[in-house]
Design a protein around this ligand. Structure first.
Ligand code: ADP
Ligand code: ADP
Length: 225
């Protein structure tokens, strides 16, 4: 596992600067939520941490490595997206196993990891189904299962609950929090929902117009709004 360091990070698209000098240290095992209105730069920041978006200036470190120095396959990161991003023609088991097959893990090790993740997420009975045969909540569990089996240093969540109905969203929120604490994987979770942010985060980074307005625990932010 590893902490994450954002060091005077900026991002511009052409002449438009969308992120301004972001500095933050996220500790090993910490759960940080980035919260702010639509367009404030949350996804861009997350994608820069993932190495999916170039950095205009500054650095992202995961542990002692600079993300941009690493080949994509060497980035030890798993991401969970709003739209689940599952392969529709593959079974749940194959969706979860896919990244591990490419990494050439043994079949026994792949089965072990998939079965363990399925048990944690309570999707063992759906392993032979296709994604379209699952509900939204079940699909999101599969997407999380695919992230867990990678055994990554870092989880990145990009509004993963936005497509779920209100009741399921609250339930999954609690489950994600429990899972993150159980696995102890350093995590960043992006949302525009303040309640979700308060419920989930060890600390919250409040972004507005590309600036960090506040960075602290829910209690710190609540007491000094
Ligand atoms: P959020 O995730 O908070 O909604 P984004 O990170 O998606 O915000 O976007 C931040 C800003 O950057 C927005 O003004 C958006 O229009 C702009 N932006 C995002 N991606 C691009 C791009 N590929 N080209 C130009 N502008 C972009
Ligand atoms: P590998 O693990 O060998 O990179 P994958 O097919 O799993 O093979 O991944 C291909 C690329 O997509 C890699 O850059 C990997 O980091 C990225 N990738 C795959 N699955 C995920 C995921 N759930 N979250 C983040 N990145 C992923």
């Amino acid at each position: 596992m590893a902490g994450i360091k954002l060091d005077t990070l900026t991002k511009s698209y052409g002449d438009t600067q969308v992120l301004h000098h972001i500095d933050a240290e996220i500790e090993d095992g910490e759960f940080v939520v980035i919260v702010g209105p639509s367009g404030c730069g949350k996804s861009t920041l997350l994608r820069m941490v993932a190495g999916l978006e170039s950095v205009t200036s500054g650095n992202v470190h995961i542990g002692d490595k600079r993300v941009n120095d690493l080949e994509p396959a060497d980035r030890d990161i798993a991401m969970v997206f709003q739209n689940y991003a599952l392969y529709p023609h593959m079974s749940v088991r194959d969706n979860m196993a896919y990244g591990l097959k490419i990494r050439k893990l043994s079949k026994a090790e792949i089965d072990r990891r998939v079965n363990e993740a399925a048990e944690i997420l309570e999707i063992g009975q759906y392993l032979d189904r296709k994604p379209r045969q699952l509900s939204g909540g079940q699909r999101q569990r599969v997407a999380m299962g695919r992230a867990i089996v990678r055994d990554p240093q870092v989880f990145l969540f990009d509004e993963p609950l936005s497509n779920l109905d209100a009741k399921l969203r609250v339930q999954m929120r609690l489950e994600i929090r429990k899972l993150q604490k159980r696995l102890g994987v350093t995590s960043i979770f992006v949302t525009h929902d303040q309640v979700e942010a308060m419920t989930l985060g060890d600390r919250l980074m409040v972004l507005n117009g590309g600036y960090v307005e506040q960075f602290g625990t829910p209690i710190e932010l609540y007491e000094r709004p």
